[in-house]
Design a protein around this ligand. Structure first.
Ligand code: HEM
Length: 511
């Protein structure tokens, strides 16, 4: 090619690049088809005083898109805050699990969503409410979601009670306002909630920042190793920032000062380069050890007292997502999203959760929600799930079934779920060894004097809204049964008859 021709070609390429560059970060507004909008301030009208024209397709598209901006909010945990980060293991636990997220030397990207539970999407972040601590690990074996909260236990132990628990604690079906009277109408019939209520009304239940709280997986899960042996495991995120909460006397001022305290605190820290960290600890039990306790270790209302914790890694958050809707709102966490080496235990609550999350997400976000960038695994997805609204999975080929001699989808699975011995018949019965009150008392007695007083102040504040006498006395009897001093102080603070509280507590059987 001559020099002249060469120069001509180069100048053509340069001109094309300039044109492309200027159109791609065009300051110009476009419609959804990419064509220029032109005038975005004046609708097309029939003359100076006539009506707006149907042919103004930009106006129509703009209004239509606006009209469809909202999707259903999460049925619980609607108010949330997301952040990106990474998880780095710190110990070799290959004797316990084949999950590669724990292989020393790996670094796994994560997305974390913190939340409150009962409030609506725009509700204040300072509420007497557990805090969601949901972690999505984008591992090389697919996504693992550890969907936990900031407390080590839960209110109830059977998924069949969850919708009722939520109805009673969410804003009233009549007024749209949360009502302690309804909440305690439920709890008066759920003595297993005594421990969780005690923690919720303590300072641990009122963190002043997402950075200053721990997180827990709550349930027991199974770790499965390369020999197909399993152990039961509980997860605990320990805040490197330390735990800090609001005392009852400081709560009104804090809500008044900033409704969005938790988000502003977290994003403020991230933007300042002050990356918060949590160390991950586990407790481990062999299947043969489950019966050694006087409670059921697969009951999510119980902590595993006396079982040592060991550190296995560190989570660091370092980035504010740049689009709230496409990350925090469209993120979908589910306890059922596990990876080889991690499996569900037989915990009755966890078993219900195994179904509920992906189900609600198909309703909230649509059948193909796993293809959204925030939810998409960082490894290829290879299966014959197909089509459906808004599918962009890009699966190829006409062999959309299996087995087949025509494609190479694995027909010799390398991975099977672990074998667990089972016993008994089908049944509908409460678990044995409920032990509803003892751990609440142990927790109460562990608190320093000031925190005990604050707990009584906070809890009696809500119990004083209970108008139904039987419910009020039932609640007081549970706390009295947990610890006589605790129950006595609550009875005084709610102007209750202590003799009646005691005689009800005497009838409660701890078994
Ligand atoms: C059977 C009991 C439970 C059921 C049926 C249930 C159901 C749900 C549902 C339907 C959602 C909304 C999910 C979405 O729209 O993406 C949700 C969110 C959530 N749940 Fe549960 N839940 C249960 C118990 C628990 C427990 C025990 C914990 C804590 C260990 C928990 C922690 C969370 C968290 C953190 C979120 C928010 C996840 C996010 O940030 O998107 N839930 N739950």
């Amino acid at each position: 090619m001559s020099n002249t021709a060469n120069r001509f070609l180069q100048s053509m390429i340069a001109a094309a690049c300039v044109a492309l560059a200027s159109s791609s970060h065009a300051a110009e507004l476009t419609r959804d088809n990419g064509s220029p909008v032109g005038d975005n301030q004046n609708s097309q009208t029939a003359g100076p005083n006539g009506p707006v024209l149907l042919q103004d397709s930009h106006l129509i598209e703009k209004l239509q898109r606006f009209d469809r901006e909202r999707i259903p909010e999460r049925v619980v945990h609607a108010r949330g805050t997301g952040a990106f980060g990474e998880f780095v293991p710190s110990a070799d636990i290959s004797d316990l699990t084949t999950a590669k997220v724990f292989t020393p030397g790996t670094k796994t990207p994560v997305f974390v969503r913190f939340s409150t539970v009962m409030g609506y999407r725009g509700s204040p972040e300072q509420a007497r409410d557990p805090r969601g601590f949901a972690v999505k690990f984008y591992t090389e074996q697919g996504n693992w979601d550890l969907v936990g909260i900031n407390l080590p236990i839960f209110f109830i132990r059977d998924a069949i009670k969850f919708p009722d628990f939520v109805h009673a604690n969410k804003p009233s079906a009549v007024t749209g306002v949360q009502d302690a009277n309804l909440a305690f109408d439920f709890f008066a019939h759920a003595p297993e909630a005594t421990s969780m209520l005690t923690r919720l009304y303590s300072i641990e239940g009122m963190p002043d920042s997402y950075r200053n709280m721990d997180g827990y997986g709550v349930h027991a899960f199974k770790f499965v190793n390369a020999d197909g042996k399993y152990t039961y495991v509980k997860f605990h995120w320990k805040s490197a920032q330390g735990m800090h909460g609001l005392r009852p006397k400081d709560i009104p001022g804090s809500i008044g000062a900033d409704w969005n305290l938790m988000t502003n605190d977290l994003y403020g820290a991230l933007k300042a380069g002050n990356a918060p960290k949590w160390d991950l600890y586990i407790q481990v039990l062999k299947p043969s050890e489950l019966d050694a306790f006087d409670f059921n270790p697969l009951d999510d209302t119980k902590v595993w007292t006396g079982v040592p914790e060991r550190k296995i890694g560190t989570l660091t958050l370092n980035r504010v997502p740049d689009n709230y809707f496409e990350s925090t709102e469209e993120s979908a966490f589910a306890p059922s999203r596990m990876v080889p080496g991690i499996e569900p235990s037989e915990d009755r609550m966890l078993q219900g959760r195994m179904f509920s999350y992906a189900d609600t997400q198909m309703y909230r976000l649509g059948a193909n929600f796993n293809q959204l960038p925030i939810n998409r695994p960082r490894v290829p997805v290879t299966n014959n799930n197909q089509d459906g609204a808004m599918n962009f999975g890009d699966r190829k080929g006409e062999v959309n079934y299996e087995p087949s001699a025509l494609n190479e989808l694995a027909q010799n699975p390398r991975y099977k779920s672990v074998q667990t011995p089972l016993a008994g018949t089908t049944q509908q019965a409460a678990i044995r060894k409920t032990l509803n009150f003892r751990q609440a008392g142990e927790y109460y007695r562990m608190l320093p004097a000031q925190e005990r007083q604050d707990l009584v102040t906070a809890l009696s504040g809500d119990l004083n809204h209970v108008t139904n006498d039987a419910n009020k006395y039932a609640m007081l009897s549970y706390f009295y049964k947990a610890d006589a001093d605790y129950g006595t102080r609550l009875a005084r603070a709610t102007h209750a008859d202590l003799t009646r509280v005691k005689s009800l507590a005497d009838k409660l059987v701890e078994n």
